[in-house]
Design a protein around this ligand. Structure first.
Ligand code: E4P
Length: 217
């Protein structure tokens, strides 16, 4: 399973990248706004900076909701860097645009996916990635991980080449469960990635080893 970081924060991207396990980055308009990035040029420059930091796919989301707008915006985003993946919302014009992008050699990530039916449409349209939001499903009383299992089964049976990109990750256990369920990619906040490092027995064991090491130093 590939690891993406789900943020537009450059220091968090740097920290995750320095771990040596990062395969890409996902952003969205809310994450960009959180960093205080304003204006077309600043937004484009920010995406370019991320592309220059991380050698992997970088999702940049369109804010248009009509076919022509999505295609025009997506073409400009894709022109920033060869690793840009155009992130397109799961709406009717979004599906048409994903089909257009796939026929024109532009990678896409279909976002805001909450059901297997939506995922099937995105895959049929030729999306490179489809992003089921598991945390947001859990928040509303549905089972986000069940959707990953269902999508894995369908995508494998149907031989879809679209990658399942588990998104809206809330904790380290979500990452483990996504790996178990066969997600191709998991995009995670830095805290959830770092959370995988932790176990109290590791801390206790290391403390003891370091104490004993002093005896033969
Ligand atoms: C996915 O690409 C989205 O950016 C993200 O995972 C949404 O997560 P949230 O529900 O924590 O906002």
């Amino acid at each position: 399973m590939k690891f993406f970081i789900d943020t537009a924060n450059l220091s968090q991207i740097k920290e995750a990248n320095e771990l040596g396990i990062l395969d890409g980055v996902t952003t969205n308009p809310s994450l960009m706004a959180k960093e205080g990035i304003k204006g077309h040029e600043a937004v484009m420059n920010h995406y370019l900076t991320i592309c220059e930091m991380v050698d992997g796919d970088i999702s940049a989301e369109v804010v248009s909701t009509d076919f022509n707008g999505i295609v025009e915006e997506g073409k400009k985003l894709a022109a920033i860097h060869e690793n840009i993946v155009v992130k397109v919302p799961m709406i009717k014009d979004g599906i048409k645009a994903i089909k257009w992008f796939s026929e024109n050699g532009i990678k896409t990530n279909c976002t805001l996916v909450f059901s297997a039916g939506q995922a099937i449409l995105a895959a049929k349209a030729g999306a490179s990635y489809v992003s089921p939001f598991i945390g947001r499903l859990d928040d509303t009383g549905w089972d986000g991980l069940e959707l990953i299992h269902q999508m894995r089964q369908i995508f494998s049976l149907q031989n879809y080449s679209t990658e399942i990109l588990a998104a809206s990750i809330r904790n380290p256990n979500h990452i483990i469960k996504c790996a178990e369920a066969g997600a191709d990619v998991c995009t995670c906040p830095l805290d959830s990635i770092l959370g995988l490092l932790k176990h109290p027995l590791t801390d206790i064991g290391l403390q003891k080893f370091l104490e004993d090491a002093k005896k033969f130093a």
